[in-house]
Design a protein around this ligand. Structure first.
Ligand SMILES: [Zn+2]
Length: 266
């Protein structure tokens, strides 16, 4: 969610149920008994409207990675991979939201597009960095570059200003749980004093859900919305992991699992 201008100036974008085919189980002596029926899932995957908001724009690409990649490119690549996975699982109404232009106007364009979509859920895809004061210098392929290996991990944000806060929080918890089940850790620093004005209230300390009321894509939308920092690209090891198809598939599987559970539980 960080936006770094090259080298010097930076600013922050404030921003199945299991079908019981064993419905009949044999008694010990061969008698047959009917086991209770499980209510069918209310989730119609073909009708579930999900927006994958690709964080930032080509013109205002967000954070710069340790190896000088743009956050926007990371966001777009991961969002497309998640979209493919969801569609292959029957979530046909999954759409990427891409906006253009400078950062702040693009945020309001996003909120307007989301509100007119009547989506069931919005997941805003980002990759994390650190405040400038944590940056260290190194040289990558002959270019003066910046990194910070101090923090790593994913994080999830919800806004109390969103009227569907509780529903968004429910999805965020499901996604955090799935990320954790994939063996991924969340970024703990947002709850720590060292983050200063970027410190956030940790709502779920098990799976890494934070409260961040001011984020426009969460606060100005009227559908359940969650912002997902999928991992850090300013951390040199994690940047390489985030570039790998293996990590992207793990994250994709976590999102698909969480969406299935969320849709089925509505
Ligand atoms: Zn971002």
């Amino acid at each position: 969610m960080w936006r770094h201008r090259p080298i010097i100036i930076s600013s922050i974008v404030i921003l199945s149920l299991v079908s019981l085919d064993a419905r009949y189980a044999a008694w010990p002596r061969g008698h047959i008994r009917a086991t209770p029926k499980i209510a069918p899932s209310k989730c119609d995957r073909s009708k579930f409207k999900l927006i994958l908001d690709v964080g930032h724009t080509a013109e205002a690409p967000g954070a710069r990675s340790a190896r000088n990649g743009s956050e926007f490119e990371f966001n777009l690549r991961l969002a497309k991979r998640i979209e493919d996975k969801l569609k292959s699982e029957g979530f046909a109404q999954t759409n990427l939201l891409l906006t253009e232009g400078p950062a702040r106007p693009s945020l309001f364009k996003r909120a307007t597009a989301i509100n007119s979509s009547k989506a069931d859920l919005v997941l805003s895809i980002h990759h994390d960095s650190v405040p400038d004061s944590f940056l260290e210098e190194w040289e990558f392929e002959g270019w003066k570059s910046h990194f910070s290996d101090r923090f790593s991990g994913y994080s999830l944000f919800v806004s109390h200003d969103n009227p569907k806060f509780w529903t968004g929080l429910r999805f965020a918890r499901l996604l955090g749980g799935r990320m954790k089940a994939q063996g991924l850790q969340y970024a703990h620093q947002y709850a720590q004093p060292v983050m200063g004005r970027y410190r956030r209230k940790l709502l779920d300390k098990k799976v890494g859900v934070y409260r961040y009321d001011q984020l426009i894509v969460l606060a100005r939308t009227r559908v359940p919305a969650v912002l997902f920092e999928a991992g850090s690209i300013i951390n040199r090891d994690e940047e390489l992991a985030m570039e790998s198809t293996e990590r992207q598939d793990m994250i994709g599987a976590a999102v698909v699992g969480a969406v299935k559970e969320f849709c089925a539980s509505r």
